[in-house]
Design a protein around this ligand. Structure first.
Ligand SMILES: C[S@@+](CC[C@H](N)C(=O)[O-])C[C@H]1O[C@@H](n2cnc3c(N)ncnc32)[C@H](O)[C@@H]1O
Length: 250
């Protein structure tokens, strides 16, 4: 599991951390509140809540016992439990947050309904897979140029009904939440060189690396070479990643 946690960290964990910090700054929740981090994974957002929001307590919930094992070791000041976004086991908190999760939940509306049941204040963020999350957009565009069948795996297409300003607003208002605000958070993603950009796609964790792992070597190398031709020859490679952030109150 450490290998999996490390692969996730190198792929997007390192870029989701600054998004989590900015997301919490905009949520602006007073100190002393109780928090639930749904789909906490290896604990990136849980850790950010402890670092930036001065909570009374934080509980992280995730269906993956393996990710939770990493989270427990990495964030000892939080508590963690196995659970699903659509059934939080009757847990309650002052705030429910969820980072980069709703696109993976088959019934996102049921999940947001459960968030609104569990807490009076609900916030979440997702990558802008269609364009603003540039490293993923570049990957899928190159992969589809090499292998048109890659389009079926492209997160920009698969997740467009959930990750976007209007879909998120509709999910939040549909769950009865009010004062709904959707904003974009853009963070720099600066890669030392091409290897620093490319190698995390070979780690197997995440949708694009999982797809890459299915490619025969000649196709994988063709995707790599196409990407290399589309990026600066010399490092650093300066890209940005955009996430959609949403919040609302019951
Ligand atoms: C991209 S990771 C994000 C992890 C973490 N929130 C972060 O920001 O690094 C997606 C997480 O969603 C979790 N997940 C998938 N399906 C879920 C569900 N139905 N309910 C709750 N979490 C789920 C996965 O186990 C994984 O930990």
């Amino acid at each position: 599991m450490w290998a999996l946690g490390d692969a996730y960290e190198r792929y997007v964990g390192r870029w989701s951390r600054p998004v989590a910090a900015e997301f919490l700054r905009r949520l602006d929740v007073p100190p002393g509140r109780t928090w639930l981090d749904v789909g906490c994974g290896t604990g990136a957002l849980t850790e950010a809540v402890l670092a930036h929001a001065h909570p009374a307590a934080v509980v992280g919930v995730d269906p993956s016992e393996g990710f939770l094992e990493v989270a427990r070791a990495r964030v000892p000041d939080a508590r963690f439990a196995v659970g699903d976004a659509t059934d939080l086991g009757g847990r309650n908190a002052d705030v429910v947050v969820s980072g980069l999760v709703l696109t993976f939940v088959p019934d996102a509306a049921a999940a947001v309904g459960e968030f609104a049941r569990a807490a009076p204040y609900v916030g979440s963020y997702l990558w802008d897979y269609t364009s603003g999350m540039q490293m993923m957009r570049l990957f899928w565009d190159a992969a589809t140029d090499v292998d048109p069948a890659a389009a079926a795996h492209d997160e920009g297409r698969r997740f467009s009904t959930v990750s976007g300003a209007e879909p998120l607003r509709a999910l939040w208002t549909g769950a009865g939440l009010r004062d709904v605000e959707v904003t974009g958070i853009v963070v720099p993603t600066v890669f030392r060189d091409f290897a620093d950009f490319w190698e995390p796609f070979l780690g197997g964790t995440g949708a694009a690396p999982a797809y890459a792992a299915t490619l025969p070597p000649e196709q994988l190398n063709a995707v790599r070479d196409l990407l290399r031709s589309r990026l600066p020859e010399q490092g650093p490679i300066e890209l940005t990643a955009k996430a959609w952030a949403v919040r609302g109150a019951r």
